[in-house]
Structures are given as C-alpha cells and as structure tokens.
Design a protein around this ligand. Structure first.
Ligand code: PMP
Length: 353
C-alpha cells in the first residue's frame, strides 16, 4: 500500500476471487463456471464483431437489449446490461446504499459486504436459520436496501416466487435486489414481475448457465425508473461498460436456446449424481438448486477436505468463516469432472479413517 492511498480505501477488505493456481492442471470446481464452452453462435458473433473494435460499442447495447427483451418478455426500458453481474450489483449499491442501510444474510455472496464497505453503507445482517434457509419474514420492512441471492450462495438453497414476492411486497420503502445468478439450475425466477413492483430489481449473469464467465456479461431488470437510476451510475462511471465483443457473444448465447437448455439439464443431472455419490461416502449435502453443492464430512474440517482434494488435483472452494467452516462448495462440472471429484473424495475419506 502506498502513502498516497486515502484512509477509507486503505481500510477496505477487497473481495477474494477463487484461486487460479498455475502449478498444474486441476479439475477446477471452485468458481462456479460452466464446464461447457460458449455457444458456437457466441464465438461466431465475437469473431465478426472483433473486426469493428476500432469503434466504441453502442453504449445502450440496443441489439442485445432487443434480443433479451424479447426473450424475457420485457420492454427494452426494463433492462441494463453490465460487465458481469458484479457491476449491476455495484450500481445498485451505489444508487441505493450510499447513506442507506444494506440488508443481507450472514451467509451469502461475499461481495455484498465488500460493496457495502465501499459505499460506507451501514449494514443489517440477518442470520440464516439453523438449516441455512433464508427466512422471508426476517426481511419484511427491512429498513434498508435488501439483497437476496436466490438460490443463495454458497448454500444453493432456494426460495419460491411467493416467498420472494412476499419480501418485495412488504418493503414498499426499500429497494429489493434479487440476485438470480444461479436461477437457471432449478429455481423459479421473479423476472416476469419487475413491472408489477416499484421496488424490485432482478440481477442476472451470463457467467454460469450461458458459459460466458470470461466475457463478463450480466444485467439488471427492473421497472423503467429503477433502470434509469442505475443508468445514472453507469453513465457517471463507465458509459461503454461492456466490450462490443462481449455484447455480441451475449446475443449468440441468448439465441442458442437449445444449447442453453441442454447444458442446464446436464448440470442438473450431474448435480444429482454428485449429491448421491457424496452421500454414499458419508457427506452431508445441502439440497442445491444451483450449479454447485455445499457439503461437509463429519470428522473432517472443510479445510481438510479442501486440502485433501487439492492434493489430488481437484479444486473446490473453502470459506474460513463462522458457521460454514466445516463445509466446502463444489461446482458441478462435466460428468468426467464429477467422477474425478468423487474418486478424489473417496480417497480423502479413506485416508482419514
Ligand atoms: N452473484 C452471485 C451470487 C455470485 O455467486 C456471483 C459469482 N461470483 C456473481 C453474482 C457475479 O457473477 P458475474 O460478475 O460473473 O456475473
């Protein structure tokens, strides 16, 4: 840290991305990426678009927004595309948390805490229940901007549309942000409801179910007024917030519905396989509707499982945090990845006996 940094920035604890070790090739199940390559359409459009890279992109990304509006049954004014969904969350924190409380769970996506600190937002932290469920009633009249990941991360547990809308409806004075990064793997989306509520923002990503983590594409969906708020932040920070190549890839990913559906189905099947096999060797596995599972093995710490798997060439994510340090989060990969994980997990368990 230099002597020039300001006091506030110096005190921040930044987000720590999942590791990307270069020492050898791992079965990489630690950052919830898709195991499948981008759609062939996405690759074709990216190649074509790259030839126009001397030009700035359309800052409104009209082509992409039109395709997305049609796909999701929304108006163009309901959508704002962003550089990954982290950027959509950043805009929401900037617009609604500076000077207001941010309300979120004790165990959820780690970036909420980082953004809250960045914008000097006070926080109201709501513990998950004993079984790691988000309890909707705990968020009624929350007294600040609410952020709920649904399915939640890293637990994978999901709330129903009815439960989510009960939170939105009971917070007329607060914006409620529903982060649906993992919704395509078995949850029910509240995207169709954005025009029914004054205060609902849905955040989505193309990093998981649409195989574009490397392209950095996400979006916020909400009524026109909320989108206008978020655009104020965008045009005050980075008007051309996505590259034209990424925007073109996003169009390709959106139109290739069959590929998307088939990949989600495979992840769901592989999740069932992984859950069952882990249970057979004594793991407790939470019921997940995401592209990962959260699992623990009695008698082994989360760190021991993480280290044991890493030694055997399989990377998973371990969080050294109260309540969850017995667990590891395991991304659902291809069938081969899942088979490799199970074989490594068997070996770790055997060694511990
Ligand atoms: N929300 C949640 C709950 C996540 O787990 C992630 C992935 N780290 C994100 C948002 C951000 O994803 P991205 O910026 O790649 O769209």
């Amino acid at each position: 840290m230099s002597k020039f940094i300001n006091e506030k920035t110096a005190k921040l604890t930044p987000y720590v991305p999942g590791e990307q070790p270069q020492d050898k090739k791992y079965v990489k199940l630690n950052t919830n990426e898709s195991p499948f390559p981008p759609s062939a359409f996405a690759v074709k459009f990216a190649t074509e678009e790259s030839l126009r890279s001397e030009l700035y992109p359309d800052p409104e990304y009209n082509s992409l927004v039109s395709v997305a509006a049609e796909k999701f049954g929304l108006k163009k004014e309901n959508l704002l595309f962003t550089n990954g969904s982290d950027e959509a969350l950043n805009y929401a924190f900037a617009a609604y948390c500076s000077g207001r409380k941010a309300v979120f769970a004790d165990i959820t996506y780690g970036f909420y805490r980082v953004f809250a600190d960045l914008y000097s937002s006070e926080t109201k932290i709501i513990p998950l229940s004993e079984d790691f469920s988000v309890v909707p009633e705990d968020y009624f009249n929350a007294g600040g901007t609410v952020f709920i990941a649904n399915p939640n991360a890293p637990t994978g547990k999901v709330l129903s549309i009815k439960e989510i809308l009960s939170v939105v409806g009971s917070n007329p004075e607060n914006v409620v942000v529903i982060d649906e990064a993992y919704i395509d793997f078995g949850g029910e989306s509240v995207l169709p409801y954005v025009n029914d509520y004054e205060n609902l923002i849905v955040v989505r990503t193309f990093s998981k179910s649409r195989s574009l983590a490397g392209a950095r594409v996400g979006f916020a969906a909400a009524n026109e007024k909320l989108i206008a708020d978020l655009k104020t932040v965008k045009y005050s920070t980075n008007p051309y917030n996505m590259s034209r190549i990424s925007a073109a890839m996003a169009v390709g990913a959106l139109i290739d519905e069959d590929y998307f559906t088939a990949n989600c189905k495979k992840v769901i099947e592989n999740r069932a396989f992984t859950t069952e096999e882990l249970k057979k060797i004594g793991f407790t596995v939470l019921d997940s509707k995401a592209n990962f599972v959260f699992a623990k093995k009695d008698g082994l710490s989360g760190n021991a499982v993480y280290e044991g798997l890493k030694e055997r060439g399989v990377l998973v994510r371990y969080f050294d945090k109260p309540r969850i340090n017995d667990y590891v989060r395991i991304t659902i990969g291809s069938k081969d990845d899942c088979v490799a994980l199970i074989s490594a997990a068997k070996s770790v368990v055997k060694e511990s006996l």
